[in-house]
Write a protein that binds this ligand. Structure first.
Ligand code: HEC
Ligand code: HEC
Length: 203
């Protein structure tokens, strides 16, 4: 038992001790629930979310907040989709959060993709000038503005997705919109080749 004096002090001490442990336990529970629900997702998104198809985004290893936010946006119809709106509607918010928790702790796998070397080189230069502010470390670092992992994401998926972003059909970080407006469509295409060409599992 804690040595503490006064009700408030006792409660705060007990809460401080229980906080991190409880959070960890909730997290483990969410991952467990997510794992139970995740099987149907893998038919399209690949084993543990490592996509093997160009039109399907890799979701294994993507950041949790982005996965959860995307699925809720699909469900609410604020992010356009071909199939995900219908799929996301079948789950409660808690289940969508659990799915995000499960996929986020899987490795982000980056098998080689067909990319154009000229575009990759041009894309790298544009990335350094316009996108590296947020998509640090060649699109591998997600610490700024909770930007999603782009390194090794499927090229065809990113191209389709960019059409939606440029058409203003998707809510997007306002400063990223600014960065996209400052460059040409060819430049944007080149950055996508650059991100798609990134390999290796870490991070
Ligand atoms: C029938 C195939 C299919 C199934 C099953 C499926 N998805 Fe998707 N998913 C897609 C496609 C295609 C997209 C791209 C958006 C669209 O066109 O719907 C996508 C996009 C996503 C994205 C956005 C990724 C990003 O980088 O922005 C997330 C997150 C996602 N799916 C999660 C899931 C989860 C979780 C499940 C299981 C509950 C699931 N998907 C089941 C096909 C599928
Ligand atoms: C101010 C920070 C910021 C800058 C600058 C930025 N981005 Fe982003 N980017 C984000 C965030 C945050 C998201 C997630 C979408 C959202 O919710 O706004 C994103 C999403 C994306 C996506 C979609 C990923 C997916 O799976 O759907 C692509 C592609 C992308 N950015 C490319 C770029 C390119 C190319 C540039 C440079 C021209 C750029 N970004 C500049 C923050 C930024």
């Amino acid at each position: 038992m804690y040595r503490c004096w006064g009700l408030i002090a006792c409660i705060s001490l007990a809460l401080a001790a229980a906080g991190p442990a409880a959070a960890q336990k909730n997290k483990a529970k969410a991952v467990e629930l997510g794992e139970m629900l995740a099987q149907p997702c893998m038919a399209c998104h690949g084993t543990r979310g490592a996509s093997t198809e160009q039109a399907m985004p890799t979701i294994g290893g993507q950041i949790e907040s982005y996965l959860a936010g995307s699925m809720k946006a699909y469900r609410d119809g604020t992010r356009p989709s071909t199939v995900m709106e219908r799929i996301a509607k079948a789950y409660s918010s808690r289940e969508l959060e659990a799915l995000a928790a499960y996929f986020a702790v899987q490795p982000f796998v980056r098998p080689p993709q067909a990319t154009d070397p000229d575009k990759v080189a041009r894309g790298e230069a544009i990335h350094m000038r316009k996108c590296n502010r947020c998509h640090l470390h060649n699109g591998r670092d997600t610490s700024v503005a909770e930007s999603p992992l782009l390194a090794g994401q499927k090229l065809e998926y990113m191209q389709r997705n960019m059409v939606e972003i440029l058409a203003g059909r998707r809510n997007i970080e306002i400063r990223m919109k600014g960065a996209l407006l400052e460059i040409t469509p060819e430049d944007i295409e080149a950055t996508l080749h650059f991100y798609a060409a990134q390999q290796g599992e870490l991070p």
